[in-house]
Design a protein. Structure first.
Length: 210
């Protein structure tokens, strides 16, 4: 029993250390930029030895990737977006309208978390080809998520019968894009809630029957 408790305490301590490192990295990468931030700077702010960062993450690029992945997810649970409760609840909605509303809300919550670091990540990727390659896949993972949502949504009561699921996926992918979110919220001063309502209204007219 003592061994079990000891193991649990060590795991909790390791998780807390990981969290402090990620928080420190987020703050410094945004404040100074990815390229200008040294791992020693992150270690100092997190209150750990720099060797701890190498042990936990391997290198600076892996630290950035995990920071971005966790920011998208909202926590450190090893679940993909489509395994997340909000996405599963949206897919379980009984009508296309209810599904769309839940999907837009869930996407807005992700974009709110990701928006503060997007410029930093874009700059890092532009200056370091290996950073740009961290997320390269055959298909854009964001499109994969919206395509799955579209396939489920367009099969539900209330969906327009003259719109194919592939077109619905394109509409979700484009309207709910980080670029459009930032254009409205950061450049034009809309609240995230206003953007959510506008996106829902725009997509509802395209995807749901009147």
């Amino acid at each position: 029993m003592a061994d079990v408790k000891g193991t649990g305490k060590r795991a909790l301590k390791a998780q807390q250390t990981r969290g402090r490192i990620l928080q420190a990295a987020r703050e410094l990468f945004v404040e100074r930029g990815y390229g200008a931030t040294m791992l020693q700077d992150v270690a100092t702010r997190a209150g750990v030895a720099v060797q701890t960062i190498y042990f936990v993450f391997g290198n600076k690029r892996n630290l950035l990737k995990e920071l971005v992945d966790i920011t998208i997810a909202g926590d450190q649970a090893p679940l993909t977006t489509m395994e997340r409760p909000w996405f599963r609840d949206a897919v379980a909605a009984g009508t296309s309208d209810a599904h769309l509303r839940a999907h837009v809300r869930g996407t807005r919550e992700i974009l709110e978390r990701v928006a503060p670091i997007m410029s930093m990540v874009d700059t890092a990727a532009a200056s370091d080809p290996e950073v740009a390659g961290l997320w390269q896949q055959d298909e854009d993972p964001r499109y994969v998520v919206h395509a799955a949502a579209a396939n489920a949504l367009m099969a539900k009561p209330g969906a327009r019968t003259d719109v194919a699921a592939a077109r619905a996926a394109d509409l979700l992918f484009c309207v709910l894009s980080p670029e459009l979110f930032l254009l409205f919220v950061r450049e034009r001063g809309w609240s995230p809630e206003e953007w959510e309502d506008w996106s829902y209204d725009c997509l509802r007219s395209q995807l749901c029957a009147a």
